[in-house]
Design a protein around this ligand. Structure first.
Ligand code: GDP
Ligand code: ZN
Length: 297
């Protein structure tokens, strides 16, 4: 290897001790990294020989493991598709939206399995709350109905990933959007027979029509990290226009405070009791994080 100039590239796969880098020339090459080097898919890098230097990140997306540990999933994503299907626990969508916004990603909603009659009611409920707040894509990954608008959306130069509970159809959707992928459908691919996590490989794929998707095995649950109570209240879908000026107290947490515009809205039915309960659960988590941070300082 001559000294040469550092080449710019993008990490498109991560294998623990090596990363695959896609260079601006179109060339792909494996570059060794230390285990736990902190590089993730989506990182911009410069490479000089075997030396890899990470460029600053625009966004970071993290997941939470079963023990509450936080792991970086991907860097520099700009959109996050929250995938729902009949049976998705209520509260999942609002939590995912808040987490995405906290991480600097613009969330959108995929309502999958619209070929099933059960999806009709869910679609009505989701539409009534989120239409006009977020892009909504009702579709069926299996029949292909409704996939085109999502393809068009992603082709506007977006780099994204999907999150959703097991079985909502994330793998099916990834396969429908990137034919090169061929992910196993219906497989708990990131758990081995002992039930422990095996090494999972996330990878970044350019879509045929434009845009990029990161496949994120094992990414189901978010860690709410680096979020304040004020941010939670600002980013909880539907609270945006109510907070600040309408509650009696500027720092209203929308819990027991008198003159709370959010609670008025719950009483009048503008915000459902169920979604308000989700907010209270998230509020409890954020307050616990704040207390922990205070104890450490
Ligand atoms: P994942 O766990 O989120 O990756 O979900 P999979 O893609 O593995 O799908 C789980 C199950 O749902 C499989 O049996 C799929 O065939 C099924 N499935 C996925 N998308 C659809 C859909 O649009 N309609 C129907 N009816 N089933 C689907
Ligand atoms: Zn309030």
């Amino acid at each position: 290897h001559g000294k040469g100039l550092a080449e710019q590239g993008l990490i498109v796969s991560h294998f623990g001790v090596a990363v695959e880098v896609l260079f601006e020339t179109g060339e792909r090459r494996m570059v060794k990294v230390k285990r736990n080097s902190g590089h993730v898919v989506g990182d911009g890098v410069t490479v000089l020989g075997e030396v890899l230097h990470r460029l600053p990140r625009r966004t970071e997306l993290s997941r939470r493991d079963a023990r509450g540990g936080i792991h970086l999933v991907a860097a520099n994503l700009d959109v996050l598709g929250v995938v729902l299907a009949p049976g998705t626990p209520s509260g999942f969508l609002d939590r995912a939206i808040v987490a995405a916004r906290t991480a600097g990603l613009a969330p959108f909603v995929v309502l999958n399995k619209c070929d099933l009659p059960e999806a009709l009611e869910l679609g009505r409920v989701i539409g009534s709350v989120y239409d006009g707040i977020l892009p909504l894509f009702p579709l069926s990954a299996v029949t292909g109905a409704g996939i085109e608008p999502l393809r068009d959306f992603l082709s506007q130069g977006h780099r994204g990933a999907f999150v959703g509970t097991t079985g909502v159809g994330k793998s099916s959707l990834m396969n429908a959007l990137c034919p090169e992928l061929n992910l196993k459908v219906g497989a708990l691919s990131d758990y081995n027979w002992t039930g422990r996590h095996t090494t999972t490989v996330s990878s970044l794929h350019a879509l045929p029509g434009g845009g990029e998707l990161v496949d994120t095995p094992g990414f189901r649950d978010f860690g709410l990290v680096d979020i304040t109570v004020q941010e939670l209240a600002a980013w909880f879908p539907g609270f945006e226009s109510l907070q600040d000026h309408r509650c009696r107290f500027n720092d209203c947490r929308h819990r027991q405070e008198p003159g709370c515009a959010v609670r008025d809205e719950v009483t009048s039915g503008g915000i459902s009791e169920e979604r308000y309960q989700t907010y209270l659960v998230l509020l409890g988590e954020v307050e616990a994080l704040e207390e922990e941070a205070l104890r450490r300082n």
